[in-house]
Ligand binder design. Structure first.
Ligand code: GDP
Ligand code: PGA
Ligand code: MN
Length: 616
C-alpha cells in the first residue's frame, strides 16, 4: 500500500516519535479527509464552535456568554456499561465485575469498524494532560476524535492543546509515555452526504487495554463514552497504573473545609453516580463560621507524600455535572459557575429567550424546546431535559475554588467518606474503627437505584468505593491494594474513614400519621456541614460518639443542630443503628463476597466475621 496523503497529517507540531507514528497509523486506518492538530487556542475554539453551529450540533445561547446547547441523538444519552470492556490479556485480571474479550479478538473486531470510519470527516488530534501541567511526571494522553463536540468539551474538561503537547518531551529530551485514546462516532460520510447534528452508531464499544494503557471508543458521542480523559483514562486506566505504582485512582470529590479558627481540613468522598458528589463538593455550610472550598467533584488521584500523609489531586479541569435538580437553592455555586458562560449544555431544554432550563430549576418557562427538539410546555408529560442531561463548565469559574486546586503536590486528606443512597439501615454517619474496617465499609458499600421511590427499600447493589463501573482490573486485587497501602503507611497519618448516608427515609408505614411519610430524615445539602463538622471534631478528639456494632455513631446531642428545622426525632431516626436491619445485610455482603471469586482479602473476611460477632 502506498502512503496516502492526508491534508494536515504532516503538520505535526511535535517531534515525539510515538505520537507521530500512532497518529499516522490511525489516519491511514480511518482515512479522514483532513487532520487537525488541536492547539487549544481561543481562535481555534471559535472556529470549532462555529463549525458545530453550522452543522446544527450547537445552538449558541443568547443568555450566557460563549455557551452552547446540544441535543444528542435520542439513543446516545449515557454511559453504556454493557458495552464497556476491560481487555486484559487474561480474563481473570478483568475480574468478575467487568466485561471481557481477549485483546487480540477485540482489536480485530474494532479495527474493521475503524477502517474508513472517518471518511468525509476531520480527524482531530488532541494532546491533553490529566492533572496539573506543573507535575514532574505529568499524566499525558492523545485523544483522536472525529467529533468536533468532543474537542469543544475536552477543552473544558482537560488541560489540552499546545500547553499539554509541550510536556510530551521531557527537559532532558526523553519522550514521555502517553495514553493513546482513539474515538470515532462511527459515521463516515459519502461524498455529498449531509451530516447530522449528532452522528453516532448503534454499534458501540468502550474498550480499555489496561496492559498497553490504551483506550478505543467507537459509536457514541456521549461524554462518559467520548471524553476519554475522564472515566476511561482517569479511573479505568489510571486504576491499573495506580495498582502498579502504589497509589490510588478514585471516584471521589475533594473539598476543603475551613473551621471558624481558620484551620483547613481536606476531605475526599466516594459516592456512586447521582449520590451527591458535586453537591457536597460545592457545599454552602449552614453553620456559622464554617466555609467550604472546592477542589474536585468526581475524581481524585491520591498518593502518600514524603511526610507520610495521603495527598489528593483532581486530574480534571472542568465539571461535567448532572443538570436536573441543580438550582439556586440546592447548588448556588454550580449555578454561579455556569452563569459565567464558556459552557456546553447537553440534553437540557432550550428556552425561547435562548437560555437553558431543566427540571428542578427555578422559573419554569411556559414554552421551551425539549432535549428531543420538540415543543415543550409545563403540562404533565415528558420531561424537558433528559434525566442524565449535563453541564460542562470550567472549574476555574467556580466561585469557591480552592487556591491550591492546580498544585501538583495535591492536598493532604484528613478524612475519606464513603456513601450511598439507602432508605433504611445505614445511619447518617458512622466512623470506622480502623483503616481495615474503613476498607471493609468501602468494599461493602451499597446504593439503591430507586432514587425517587418513597418508603420501602429498592434494589440494593454493592458498589465498592463507588468504583464498580470504573475498575480497570479485578475487584479483589483492588481491595487488596487498598489494604496494602494502609499496611505500609504510618497509621497515625492515615485519613480517618467514615460512611455517610444522606438518603435515609422515614418509614412510610410506621410513620403513617406524619404529614410527609417516607420523607428524607435528614435535610441534606448545606446541612451536611453539620456532619462534616462532627467528622473534623472526631479527628481533633473533641466530639463524642457511641460505639455501636457497625462503628462510632454520634447521638443527636453529639451533632451541632443549632437552628436546624427538622425535629430532633427525625435526626435520631437518621442516626439509629438497628441490629436486626444490620443482620439482614450480612447475607447480602456474603453474596457480594462470593461474587469476588475467591479473591476477597482475608482481612475483609475477618472484618465480616467480627461484625457478625458484634451484632450477636
Ligand atoms: P453526583 O452524580 O454524585 O455528583 O451527584 P449530584 O451531586 O449531582 O447529586 C445527585 C442527586 O442527588 C441530585 O438530584 C441532587 O439534588 C441529590 N442530592 C445531592 N445531595 C443531596 C443531599 O444531601 N440530600 C438529598 N436528599 N439529595 C441530595
Ligand atoms: P457519572 O459519569 O454518570 O458517574 O456522573 C459521568 C458520565 O457518564 O460521563
Ligand atoms: Mn457529579
Amino acid at each position: 500500500m502506498t502512503a496516502v496523503a492526508i491534508p494536515g497529517l504532516d503538520a505535526a507540531p511535535t517531534t515525539h516519535s510515538g505520537v507521530l507514528s500512532w497518529v499516522r497509523e490511525v489516519a491511514e486506518l480511518t482515512t479522514p479527509d483532513r487532520v487537525v492538530w488541536v492547539d487549544g487556542s481561543d481562535e481555534e475554539a471559535e472556529r470549532i464552535n462555529a463549525e458545530l453551529v453550522a452543522n446544527g450540533t450547537f445552538v449558541p445561547l443568547k443568555a450566557k456568554p460563549n455557551s452552547y446547547w446540544a441535543a444528542s441523538d435520542p439513543s446516545d444519552v449515557a454511559r453504556v456499561e454493557e458495552r464497556t470492556f476491560i481487555c486484559s490479556r487474561r480474563e481473570e485480571d478483568a475480574g468478575p465485575t467487568n466485561n471481557w474479550v481477549h485483546p487480540d479478538e477485540m482489536k480485530a473486531t474494532m479495527t474493521e469498524l475503524y477502517r474508513g470510519c472517518m471518511r468525509g470527516r476531520t480527524m482531530y488530534v488532541i494532546p491533553f494532560c490529566m492533572g496539573p501541567l506543573g507535575d514532574d511526571n505529568p499524566k499525558l494522553g492523545i485523544e483522536i476524535t472525529d467529533f468536533a463536540y468532543v474537542v469543544a468539551s475536552m477543552r473544558v474538561m482537560t488541560r489540552m492543546g499546545t500547553k499539554a503537547l509541550e510536556k510530551f518531551v521531557a527537559p532532558d529530551g526523553t519522550e514521555r509515555p502517553f495514553v493513546p485514546a482513539l474515538h470515532s462516532v462511527g459515521a463516515p460520510l459519502e461524498p455529498g452526504q449531509q451530516d447530522v447534528p449528532w452522528p453516532c452508531n448503534d454499534t458501540k464499544y468502550i474498550t480499555h487495554f489496561p496492559e498497553e494503557r490504551m483506550i478505543w471508543s467507537y459509536g457514541s458521542g456521549y461524554g462518559g463514552n467520548s471524553l476519554l480523559g475522564k472515566k476511561c483514562y482517569s479511573l479505568r486506566i489510571a486504576s491499573v497504573m495506580a495498582r502498579d505504582e502504589g497509589w490510588l485512582a478514585e471516584h471521589m470529590l475533594i473539598l476543603k473545609l475551613i473551621s471558624p479558627e481558620n484551620k483547613a481540613y481536606y476531605v475526599a468522598a466516594a459516592f456512586p453516580s447521582a449520590c451527591g458528589k458535586t453537591n457536597l463538593a460545592m457545599l454552602q455550610p449552614t453553620i456559622p463560621g464554617w466555609r467550604v472550598e472546592t477542589l474536585g467533584d468526581d475524581i481524585a488521584w491520591m498518593r502518600f507524600g514524603e511526610d507520610g500523609r495521603l495527598y489528593a489531586v483532581n486530574p480534571e479541569f472542568g465539571f461535567f455535572g448532572v443538570a436536573p435538580g441543580t438550582n439556586w437553592k440546592t447548588n448556588p455555586v454550580a449555578m454561579r459557575t455556569i452563569e459565567q458562560g464558556n459552557s456546553v449544555f447537553t440534553n437540557v431544554a432550550l428556552t425561547d429567550d435562548g437560555d437553558v432550563w431543566w427540571e428542578g430549576m427555578e422559573n419554569e418557562p411556559a414554552h421551551a424546546t425539549s432535549w428531543k427538539k420538540q415543543d415543550w410546555t409545563p403540562e404533565p408529560g415528558e420531561p424537558a431535559a433528559h434525566p442524565n442531561s449535563r453541564y460542562c463548565t470550567p472549574m476555574a469559574q467556580c466561585p469557591i475554588l480552592a487556591p491550591e486546586w492546580d498544585d501538583p503536590k495535591g492536598v493532604p486528606i484528613s478524612a475519606i467518606l464513603f456513601g450511598g443512597r439507602r432508605a433504611t439501615t445505614v445511619p447518617l454517619v458512622n466512623e470506622a474503627r480502623s483503616w481495615e474496617h474503613g476498607v471493609f465499609m468501602g468494599a461493602t458499600m451499597s446504593s439503591e437505584k430507586t432514587a425517587a421511590a418513597a418508603g420501602k427499600v429498592g434494589e440494593v447493589r454493592r458498589d465498592p468505593m463507588a468504583m464498580l463501573p470504573f475498575l480497570g482490573y479485578h475487584v479483589g486485587d483492588y481491595l487488596k491494594h487498598w489494604l496494602e497501602l494502609g499496611k505500609n503507611a504510618d497509621g497515625a497519618k492515615l485519613p480517618r474513614v467514615f460512611y455517610v448516608n444522606w438518603f435515609r427515609r422515614g418509614d412510610a408505614e410506621t410513620d403513617a400519621g406524619h404529614p410527609r411519610p417516607g420523607r428524607f430524615l435528614w435535610p441534606g445539602f448545606g446541612e451536611n456541614s453539620r456532619v462534616l463538622k462532627w467528622i473534623v471534631e472526631r479527628i481533633e478528639g473533641k466530639a463524642g460518639a457511641r460505639e455501636t456494632p457497625i462503628g462510632f455513631v454520634p447521638t443527636a446531642d453529639d451533632l451541632d443542630l443549632a437552628g436546624i428545622e427538622e425535629p430532633k426525632s427525625d435526626v435520631e431516626a437518621a442516626l439509629a443503628v438497628d441490629a436486626d436491619e444490620w443482620r439482614q445485610e450480612l447475607p447480602l455482603i456474603e453474596e457480594w463476597f462470593a461474587k469476588i471469586d475467591g479473591r476477597v482479602p482475608s482481612t475483609l473476611r475477618d472484618e465480616l466475621e467480627a461484625l457478625r460477632q458484634r451484632l450477636g
